[in-house]
Structure formats: C-alpha cells, structure tokens
Design a protein around this ligand. Structure first.
Ligand code: TTP
Length: 191
C-alpha cells in the first residue's frame, strides 16, 4: 500500500519532536495563521477542538493526511492561552499558583477523502503555591514564550507541579497515545 504524505499543520517544534518519538517525520510542515481568539462564553475544550479543526482545514489537501493540534490551559471555565507579554505570563502563573488546572489539546487528522478524525485530550495538573519571587524568576527565564498558560512542563516548571494525571505529552502539545490511535485508525500507521 502506498501511504499518502503526512502534513503537520503546526509551527511548534515540540509537536515535531513528539511525532519523532513515534518514528514519524512529516513529509511537510505547514504553519497556519488562524485567529485564536476565544468566542464569547466559549469553554476551554470547545476552543481547543475548534482551533485544531481550523488549523487542519487551513492546511488540508486531497492528496495528504493533515495533522493539527491546539493546546490551551483551562482554569475552571477560564481559558489561558499563550501570554502576550511578560506581565500576562506573570498574571497567568499567579492564577495557577496553588490550584488545579487542566491542559486540553484538540487533535484533528484530516484525511484525503474529506473525513476528519478528532480527539480532545485533558490532563489535570496541580501547581504548588508559588511565591512572587518564584514567579518573577520563572518569567525572567523566558520559557513561557509561546506556551499556553505561560509555562512549559518540559522545562523547569515541572518543579512547580506536584500532581499530574493523564498524558504528559498532551501538556507539551500532542498526546502521543491518542495521536497514534488516530493515525492507526486511518490506516496510515502500522502496526
Ligand atoms: C502548557 C504547555 C504548553 N506548551 C505549548 C504547546 C503548544 O505549542 C503551545 C500552545 O500553542 P498552540 O496554539 O497550541 O500551538 P503553537 O502556537 O505552538 O503552534 P501551531 O499553532 O503552529 O500549531 O504551548 C508547552 O510546550 N508546554 C506546556 O507545558
């Protein structure tokens, strides 16, 4: 069987690295430029699902499989996306201090025949209480840039995390278990 090419509709180097752990190197990488603004009263899960689909649709073609994902942090009904600046990163970490939150990733695999295979994956985390000094030091380190919620679990922020339930790769931007399931479900990945 000839496999169609795989397109990764993401500019995130983490998603490339996570796919590489499955032995997968996309044939093409396409950065999409979609509006990531939440709609009024939109919930974190709804946003992650909607944006993953929008990224997939922006890059999908009829001769390839297209994989897209979107990761957001949910604090109750509140959505924490990628902070715009250091002040917002500091505000997000202040909100996350001492509280449970969820990291939600929507994953969409667009098939050449027009089908769209979808998953929304949630990981629950709890951060220790953070002092103002810890937050300021973390923000000065720049790891928050381009990361939902203003932190990167794959960096030093794992030291803030006293509890994580669910998929770790989901927090980094692509849940490997569910992604492999989607690729297998499409017949693209074997065994
Ligand atoms: C919470 C958390 C998020 N992130 C990242 C994963 C995502 O790349 C990013 C959320 O932004 P996304 O909009 O999901 O992705 P992106 O802007 O990096 O790339 P693209 O839109 O082109 O696909 O936050 C981490 O790397 N570590 C973490 O601990």
């Amino acid at each position: 069987m000839i496999r169609p090419p795989l397109v990764l509709a993401s500019a995130s180097p983490r998603r490339m690295e996570l796919l590489a752990r499955l032995g997968i190197i996309p044939d093409r990488v396409v950065a999409t430029d979609i509006d990531e603004t939440p709609r009024a009263a939109e919930l974190p899960r709804q946003l992650a699902a909607r944006l993953a689909l929008a990224k997939a649709e922006a890059a999908a073609t009829s001769d390839a499989l297209t994989l897209a994902a979107d990761t957001v942090v949910g604090l109750g009904r509140r959505i924490l996306g990628k902070p715009a600046d250091a002040a917002e990163a500091e505000a997000f970490l202040t909100l996350l201090s001492g509280r449970r939150h969820r990291v939600i990733t929507g994953v969409v695999l667009a098939l050449p025949d027009g089908r769209r295979l979808k998953r929304v994956v949630e990981t629950t985390l709890a951060f220790q209480r953070l002092t103002g000094q810890q937050i300021a030091h973390y923000v000065a380190g720049e790891e928050w840039r381009g990361k939902a919620g203003g932190y990167a679990i794959q960096g030093s922020a794992e030291a803030f995390c006293r509890f994580l339930s669910g998929s770790h790769s989901n927090v980094v931007g692509l849940p490997l278990f569910e992604t492999a399931q989607l690729l297998r479900g499409s017949g693209w990945l074997r065994p």
